[in-house]
Design a protein around this ligand. Structure first.
Ligand code: ZN
Length: 335
């Protein structure tokens, strides 16, 4: 199949009724060659919204790529209303080197909406918004945990926004974390443009996990049906997600070999032992207890823990969302 090279996404210009492969030029590398993000566009035969899916903004967060590949295999363009635009890997240099960060060692997902005249990450983020993301009517940004950690299948979403909340619930996550996008993430920049946007955290970095990939795929198909881009079909309801109104990461205050007891999606009660640290002689130097009752959204898997190492990402569970009181909201950075 041929690949079109373009400098900006022009959906009007693309053929409908079949998947189209596009290399979207964003910046140039030191060889003077274009740095191109692979984008697959499926333009339906009837007009409708533009639904964007992005993956690997962090270059080593890979579970989103097979989600996109399977979507391409399974979407019948003849039945599609509107346009599905899937970009992955967004962070091409990070993907090449199997690392989270961009070519300038910065975290791209703290750089949005970027700047036209900024440093490498700022310019990349700015042009990605201008050439791709601003065309979207909806955005699902696919991530995983960072290196040395694991995540549940969880969604970050501003649950005060009805359409965003609907997308979050349709994603079939184990956990939904209410998280206003007042940060410098891609999701936040999209929300600033009034694009309903969610981040889906699909398990662990540097691996492909079918048990998380499959529900995410089903979830995106349900979202496409919800916005009337695909015919609705009956899907067995998944287990209801655990709702969290806020969350916090907890850190060690000592160094040593770290073992974290609870697994992701486990619930813990205030005071439960959650981690133990031993020095190189085998002596226990610290025990850590849950500071409040909650659910384990993510956890450290790297036993090498210096003072200040992450232990668990603990969510405060609620029955009702939204909205939490402003003073309850504790920001945790996206994984
Ligand atoms: Zn990420």
């Amino acid at each position: 199949m041929s690949v079109r090279k373009v400098e900006a996404l022009d959906i009007e210009d693309l053929p409908s009724g079949k998947p189209v492969r596009v290399l979207l030029q964003i910046v140039h590398d030191p060889m003077g060659m274009p740095l191109e993000v692979p984008v697959i566009v499926i333009k339906g035969t009837k007009p409708g919204p533009v639904f964007g899916v992005t993956a690997a903004v962090h270059g080593n967060e890979l579970n989103g790529l097979p989600v996109i590949h399977r979507l391409v295999d399974r979407i019948d363009a003849q039945k599609l209303r509107g346009t599905l635009v899937m970009a992955a890997p967004v962070n091409v240099p990070g993907y090449h080197r199997n690392v989270r960060r961009f070519v300038d060692q910065r975290d791209l997902n703290t750089m949005f909406p970027g700047r036209a005249d900024g440093h490498a990450s700022h310019v990349f983020a700015h042009r990605l918004m201008d050439r791709l993301v601003r065309h979207f009517d909806f955005l699902v940004d696919l991530h995983t945990a960072s290196f040395g950690r694991e995540n549940s299948l969880y969604v970050r979403a501003d649950m005060r926004q009805p359409m965003t909340a609907k997308l979050a619930r349709l994603a079939r996550p184990q956990i939904i974390l209410h998280n206003p996008p007042s940060d410098r993430t891609l999701r936040g920049a999209a929300a600033e443009l009034e694009i309903p946007a969610i981040t889906v955290e699909i398990g662990d970095p540097q691996v492909l996990q079918p048990r998380y990939i499959k529900p995410t795929l089903t979830g995106i198909r349900s979202m496409l049906a919800e916005v009337e881009m695909l015919p609705k079909r009956a899907v067995a309801p998944g287990a209801p997600p655990i709702l969290c109104k806020t969350s916090r990461w907890f850190y060690t205050d000592h160094g040593g070999l770290l073992s974290v007891m609870p697994q992701v999606t486990d619930t813990v009660a205030e005071g439960d032992l959650i981690a133990r640290q031993r020095d190189v002689w085998g002596d226990v130097v610290r025990e850590y207890h849950a500071p409040f009752s909650g659910v384990i959204i993510g956890r450290s898997t790297n036993p090498v823990g210096q003072t200040g190492a992450r232990i668990v990402h603990l969510g405060r569970v609620t029955d009702v969302l939204p909205p939490p009181k402003a003073e309850d909201v504790v920001e945790t950075a996206e994984d």
